[in-house]
Ligand binder design. Structure first.
Ligand code: UDP
Ligand code: GLC
Length: 380
């Protein structure tokens, strides 16, 4: 089966890191079309997989909060992109769209006999998309997608709530390879701790792109009730949210805790940094669609505290494989950290159970088999 994957971004977001795992491990004959360049292209070429860069033009101005007018303004560029993709896609059996924009353009570009898979990695809710874009996406999904693969039950449910056809939507959890976590040496962790001046410090780790709904400010604020605790904030504003990133810096200054908050930017040594942290905190205030960082922290053997919403509810059992707190509650978050800090045995039990669950449920093999079965059924 010849599969053309389609993605709108060249950045390494969670959706793109997951797609790398899919493409690396799949047995399909794969190529990919990207609407913009970046480190994702380099990672794909290293697999290697052929990458086709199409030009996004003014389509890039159609943002998640878009209304009809901005879509109309982007219209001519959209038509150009559609025809570039249609030309490229002609020799493939399957178009596999990994993001919303990629799906909408693929729906316009696809031949009628071509399989179109939409890997839905976002919640189709008001927190994330304008009502107009939700309506357009669900209309196109019902009309054109052969199958919709949702990255969690929460995401699938958001598709159905927005009017999506339930019979088209299946859940396939992201699988994450434990090998890079198992390969980290204790000496490497100690060296980085030392380099960051964190020997003998209690460290909370916050991993993910810097964006207001991932709510890194809640973690920073929680430090006020956690004396002697340091935070490493790992990630970057990948999709233009630099204003929020600057706000975080200002917050740290206004609280006077510059010496306890370490902004590390975008890093590629996540397994090591997750092992370095005593606790990993996931603080999203809008429901997280899935949350790769939760599974990664579990694989690192580090206890996790996450907000009680979205994909986190499917990944973490509260008090068994992690702790769940109310989204946005600084007080609950600092209480949860204090509990783990004061009871290392309990923290260790959570971490061990978390690791077992992550390896059992979120394996790359299970993900690949499920996707293969969706493609084979569609192709039959
Ligand atoms: N990540 C990374 N470097 C960073 C911060 C994050 O490689 O500096 C990775 C992280 O390990 C995870 C992904 O980015 O695999 C984020 O995925 P997640 O599903 O948690 O959130 P998303 O950003 O896709 O909403
Ligand atoms: C998206 C979601 C994230 C999910 C990732 C991989 O980027 O925001 O929650 O883990 O896709 O499916």
């Amino acid at each position: 089966m010849k599969v053309l994957y389609v993605d709108q971004t060249g950045q390494l977001g969670g959706g793109e890191l997951s797609l790398l795992d899919v493409i690396k491990n799949s047995t399909e004959d794969s190529e990919i079309a990207l609407f913009s360049d970046g480190p994702f292209r380099q990672a794909l070429e290293a697999i290697p997989v052929p990458v086709h860069l199409l030009s996004l033009g003014r389509v890039s101005e159609i943002r998640r909060e878009a209304r009809l007018l901005s879509v109309l303004r982007g219209g001519p560029a959209l038509l150009k992109l559609r025809s570039q993709l249609a030309q490229l896609a002609a020799r493939f059996d399957v178009l596999y769209a990994n993001s919303q924009k990629a799906f909408l353009v693929s729906a316009l570009a696809r031949r009628r006999d071509q399989i179109l898979v939409w890997h839905l990695r976002d919640m189709l809710t008001a927190d994330h998309f304008s009502p107009f874009l939700r309506r357009v996406a669900v209309f196109a999904g019902n009309l054109s997608a052969t199958a919709v693969i949702a990255n969690s039950e929460a995401t699938r449910e958001s598709f159905i709530q927005a009017g999506g056809n339930p019979t088209k939507a299946v859940v396939v959890y992201n699988g994450i390879d434990p090998a890079p976590f198992d390969g980290v040496q204790e000496s490497e962790v100690e060296a980085v701790r030392k380099a960051l001046g964190l020997q003998d410090k209690y460290v909370v780790g916050c991993f993910g792109r810097i964006t207001s709904w991932k709510a890194q400010h809640v973690v920073i604020e929680s430090l006020m009730a956690l004396p002697d605790t340091h935070a490493i904030i790992v990630g970057e504003a990948l999709f233009g949210e630099t204003a929020y990133s600057e706000k975080l810096q200002a917050l740290v200054h206004s609280l006077g805790i510059q010496d306890r908050v370490h902004f590390l930017g975008f890093r590629r040594d996540i397994p090591l940094l997750m092992k370095l942290a005593d606790v990993v905190i996931h603080s999203s205030t809008a429901p997280e669609p899935f949350g790769r960082v939760l599974v990664e922290a579990m694989l690192a053997g580090t206890p996790v505290i996450a907000t009680r919403a979205g994909g986190a509810l499917e990944i973490i059992g509260d008090g068994e494989t992690g702790l769940l707190v109310t989204p946005g509650s600084v007080q609950e978050l600092s209480a949860a950290v204090t509990k783990l800090k004061n009871d290392p045995e309990f923290a260790c039990r959570l971490a061990l159970a978390g690791r077992q669950r992550a390896t059992a449920v979120f394996s790359v093999n299970a993900m690949i088999e499920s996707i293969h079965s969706v493609l084979s059924t569609a192709h039959a």
